[in-house]
Design a protein around this ligand. Structure first.
Ligand code: 26Q
Length: 815
């Protein structure tokens, strides 16, 4: 099916027409928001035409579909990316230009849906883009959080959280489907009873929450295919009626309503340590249950009760353990509502579910108090008990007498529900998100499971959609590559490799540098506009942008800047490379150490500013409210990408890929996907330093942070500056806890558990090498070009291709 691309003239005429019909205004009186709305309606119409054209094809052809369940989908703004995927961005932008409309002002009218914390949520969004582009039938399933991730303000150097009420002005991209509402049940009790010899279970006295779906259509690049992102909103079935009002029950009814509707109120802002919060569990069950109910109903509509083919037609993917409760939920539906036996239901579950793990940090693995499950999800809890009983019996055969090992592998143990074990035991595929991460899963996290069934474990390295992270955010670079290669690489991104020879082409390198400079100016302009900060565009743009976490070591970056500062202050007459250190990071609101690190970064910024010489060479800029749309401006402007996590801790990273694709060179540890970036670009085009994951592992027994402090005067000095008032004259004790944690440990733990002081000297030396290489312009540009040229493998098209080959086995729809 082919759709004609709208011409510039058509777009202009339609836009004026929409402004008139929707708002009764001409271009002159229209507000920026009205122009945005009108334009969005036009693009939405184009999307929906494609939707109608491709509708029903999956059902007619009996094609398999994957449900991608994720507590987060960080999709970012939609208008611009849809123009890109319609392959008509140019005409749209030209039309705006000819009408005298500033495209950026219009794009910025769109509220950004912040329905995710970071990498995991953004990955889900990139996956939907690739699934649809590859014409694979899929549905993303998540929660329609009324409040997404908080917006971050920096006040006096501290993070302040502001609620993100992104739905306030409506959301043009979603389609409410109230007629597809389903019920989700909480609490109550379960009564077993005998039904002609079959044991059955009656769930009584439960509370009902209605799950109301809203669908956001997702477009593929240059295809007719449209998939849906289904977001579930919680609603109470209790309507406020006059009778309850009159009988004085109004307040009670209102309170009950709020209790139900709070479920989809807000996204939990922590992405690391998990806390056993009842509401979070209810969120997980709420969207998992609603999605599974939908999947089963949809299957029944197309195929009827042919349960033996269920897993040939339906795949359910579990993005981390957050939706793992979908597994016992499918068991429940198959047994209690469709009369399947335990054995039949179990077989279907294992064949249907697949699980991606995103972390090896022990404190981040989800464990819920059994009590909470028993209270909130009594029937699901019973099923978990039975699953656990059968699992442990099997484990006993493999590991007879090894109680501790079995306890470690069980679903229920030590009064906790272990979600990762549930997900591993009851799915047919478990994957890590980079090569090194999968190896750690096999060797450590899930080693005992791995030994039992090695073929269950697969490694699929993460990816990013090059539509958003190159075409859309970096039109200059895209056009330059088109000049060199034509446009074949658009749909076959690994052909970017054809750019490799251009690294040796001086004229090309010069144009590449011009594009980068232009993108730097764009960022400079934005930071001036939004934060009133001046940045020297001729400085090296050194960026670390990701959630704030100790293992990601923003602290090491900050201490490195202090080292550099001290060098300049001691030798003010030497020549140095001017650098701008760009930080973008949100800290979980309850994560005190992370919040203090933000304050530290801002204090370093202040210190540098006060020094007449150092301030010529160093500028530390904390970018407020790092989010998808900030990243779209930052990635194209960055020249150095900081990927400096403690080796073995960062599962993959995806920011590293975005920077690389836009021509930034990485300084990093051998961790996550950095290892694969290294393999792609080669040792000359990346700066690797620091302990390896194995060395870190050994370090837990023999590392002494105080030794570094005692033997390295420059580091000692930086450490003293944390507590002598250099950084915060009005409160010299401000950073004492960081000092203490690095040298002595806190809470009874080891000193410096993330090896910040250990890696700092080598980090600093490597940074010096970066500076000297950067001053050799040709040398640096060659590296930059090589990074873009070798980044094709990190497209999520490759990633999704692998998920499909190894796990889902979907067939592209023929339209
Ligand atoms: C869990 C329970 C309760 C509340 C919140 C959570 C929660 C929420 C989000 C736990 C974890 C997350 C997000 C994790 C995440 O983003 N992990 C990152 O995933 C990326 C995609 O695979 C990887 O590239 C990163 O390495 C990994 O840190």
């Amino acid at each position: 099916m082919e759709f004609a691309k709208k011409s510039v003239e058509t777009i202009k005429a339609e836009l004026l027409d929409k402004l008139r019909t929707a708002f009764g205004s001409g271009l002159e009186e229209a507000t920026d928001d009205q122009i945005y709305q009108a334009l969005a309606m036009m693009v939405r119409d184009e999307v929906m035409q494609r939707r109608s054209a491709s509708r029903g094809v999956r059902k007619q052809t009996g094609s398999k579909k994957v449900y991608y369940l994720s507590a987060e989908f960080l999709i970012g703004r939609t208008l611009h990316s849809n123009m890109v995927n319609l392959v008509n961005e140019q005409n749209y932008l030209k039309a705006l230009d000819e009408l005298g409309i500033d495209k950026n002002v219009i794009f910025e009218q769109e509220p950004e849906p912040g329905l995710g914390n970071g990498g995991l949520g953004r990955l889900a969004a990139c996956f939907l883009d690739s699934l649809t582009t590859l014409r694979l039938p899929a549905m993303g399933c998540t929660i329609r959080y009324e409040f997404g991730l908080f917006r971050q303000k920096i006040v006096d150097g501290y993070q302040v959280e502001v609620p993100d009420n992104w739905l306030d002005s409506g959301n043009i991209w979603e389609i409410p489907r109230p007629h597809e509402t389903v019920e989700v049940h909480f609490g109550g009790r379960v009564i077993p009873y005998d039904d002609k010899g079959r044991m059955r279970f009656r769930h009584e006295n439960y509370n009902v929450v209605e799950a109301v779906p809203y669908d956001v259509p997702v477009l593929g690049y240059d295809t007719t295919m449209v998939n849906m992102l289904r977001t579930w909103s919680a609603r109470s079935p209790k309507r406020i009626d006059m009778q309850s009002f009159n009988s004085g029950q109004y307040v009670k009814a209102m309170a009950e309503r709020e209790l139900a509707e709070v479920i989809s109120k807000i996204l939990y802002p922590n992405d690391d340590s998990y806390q056993g919060k009842e509401l979070r569990l209810k969120q997980q069950y709420f969207f998992s249950s609603a999605s599974i109910q939908y999947a089963v109903n949809d299957f029944l509509k197309v195929y009827g009760p042919q349960w033996e083919i269920f897993s040939d037609k339906v795949a359910v993917h579990i993005n981390d353990t957050h939706p793992a409760v979908a597994i016992p939920e499918l068991m429940r539906i198959l047994m209690d509502e469709h009369d399947l036996s335990w054995e039949e239901a179990e077989k279907i579950c294992v064949n249907t579910f697949a699980y991606t793990n995103h972390t090896v940090l022990q404190e981040a693995l989800e464990r819920w108090p059994e009590q909470l499950f028993a209270e909130q999800l009594p029937r699901v809890y019973m099923i978990l008990q039975e699953m656990n009983k059968r699992l442990c019996a099997k484990l006993w055969d493999v590991y007879p007498g090894q109680w501790e090992r079995i306890g470690h592998m069980a679903i229920l143990a030590y009064n906790q529900v272990h979600m990762a074990n549930l997900a591993v035991a009851y799915s047919h595929s478990v994957n890590g998100v980079s090569a090194i991460h999968t190896n750690i899963l096999k060797k450590q996290t899930f080693h005992d499971y791995y030994v039992m069934n090695p073929r269950k474990f697969v490694s699929i390295t993460n990816g990013i959609t090059h539509r958003r992270w190159l075409f859309q955010c970096n039109p200059g670079l895209t056009a330059l590559i088109d000049d060199a290669l034509g446009t074949k690489w658009h749909k076959d991104i690994e052909r970017l490799r054809d750019l490799v020879p251009f690294a040796d082409d001086a004229a090309f390198r010069e144009k590449f540098a011009q594009v980068k400079y232009f993108n730097k100016l764009r960022l400079v302009d934005r930071v001036r506009r939004m934060q009133g900060i001046e940045i020297n565009p001729d400085s090296l743009f050194d960026a670390q942008a990701k959630r704030l976490h100790e293992y990601k070591r923003q602290l090491m970056n900050a201490l490195g800047i202090l080292l550099y500062y001290n060098t300049i202050v001691e030798h003010p007459d030497r020549q140095y490379l001017p650098r701008t250190y760009l930080f973008g990071a949100k800290a979980a609101p309850g994560y005190q150490r992370a919040k203090l690190t933000i304050k530290l970064i801002n204090s370093v910024a202040e210190l540098v500013k006060k020094h007449p010489v150092a301030s010529k060479y160093i500028n530390v800029v904390f970018l407020e409210n790092y989010c998808v749309s900030q990243a779209e401006v930052l990635m194209p402007a960055a020249e150095l990408s900081e990927q400096i996590s403690t080796a073995g801790k960062e599962a993959s990273g995806t920011g590293n890929m975005k920077f690389m694709m836009n021509g930034a060179v990485t300084i990093g540890t051998m961790d996550g996907a950095n290892c694969e970036i290294y393999d792609e670009v080669g040792a000359d085009n990346i700066y690797i330093f620091g302990l390896t994951a194995e060395q870190v592992e050994r370090g837990y027994t023999n590392y002494r942070a105080s030794e570094v402090y005692e033997t390295n005067p420059a580091i000692r000095k930086v450490m003293e500056q944390l507590i002598d008032g250099t950084l915060c004259p009005e409160n010299p004790r401000m950073f004492q806890e960081i000092y203490h944690a690095l040298l002595f440990g806190d809470g009874g733990g080891m000193a410096d558990p993330y090896f910040v002081l250990k890696d700092l000297p080598q980090y600093f030396v490597t940074q010096k090498k970066v500076s000297s290489d950067y001053m050799d312009r040709d040398k640096w540009l060659r590296k930059a070009v090589m990074n873009t040229a070798c980044s094709g493998i990190f497209s999520s098209d490759r990633t999704i291709g692998e998920y499909n080959r190894f796990i889902w086995h979907l067939k592209p729809l023929d339209l």
